[in-house]
Design a protein around this ligand. Structure first.
Ligand SMILES: [Cu+2]
Length: 142
């Protein structure tokens, strides 16, 4: 019986593309916008919290990025502007979208190949990390 349970769990782990991590953070729809040359690539995803407490993302890394920063875009006096943030908080039971024009990841000095998938590690304030696969797309987001 225990065996059977274990195989079922393993099957589930293999078959489920989105894994609820122990932290309670579920990452879906991850993708990078790859631009020509060595222009930084924006990274976008949805972060959903299954936790009763806030989940704080403090950093990120990925193999195709020399560094991967947390950024936020905003409009100041009609000028689009972005700044680095040191953390992003996902509210208890809520969803935070990292999307063009708002929070995003910024992949510096990228070596990303369009059509591939790369693993992204998100570092959380509690010391744990969540790994999610990001699709690498072109400039139009397709
Ligand atoms: Cu940015």
């Amino acid at each position: 019986m225990k065996r059977l349970f274990e195989s079922a769990v393993i099957l589930l782990l293999i078959a489920t593309p989105v894994l609820a991590q122990p932290s309670g953070l579920v990452v879906t729809d991850g993708w990078f916008r790859s631009l020509p040359g060595k222009l930084p690539a924006g990274g976008y995803f949805n972060a959903r919290s299954n936790s009763g407490a806030p989940i704080v993302i403090t950093g990120a890394e990925a193999p195709g990025c020399a560094s991967l920063m947390l950024h936020r875009s905003s409009d100041k006096g009609g000028m689009s502007h972005m700044e680095m943030v040191d953390k992003v908080t996902v509210p208890p039971g809520g969803t935070l979208s990292f999307a063009p024009g708002g929070y995003h990841l910024m992949c510096m000095n990228p070596s990303l190949k369009i059509g591939t998938r790369v693993p992204v590690d998100l570092h959380l304030a509690d010391g744990s990390k969540v790994v999610a696969a990001f699709d690498v797309r072109g400039a139009t987001g397709k």
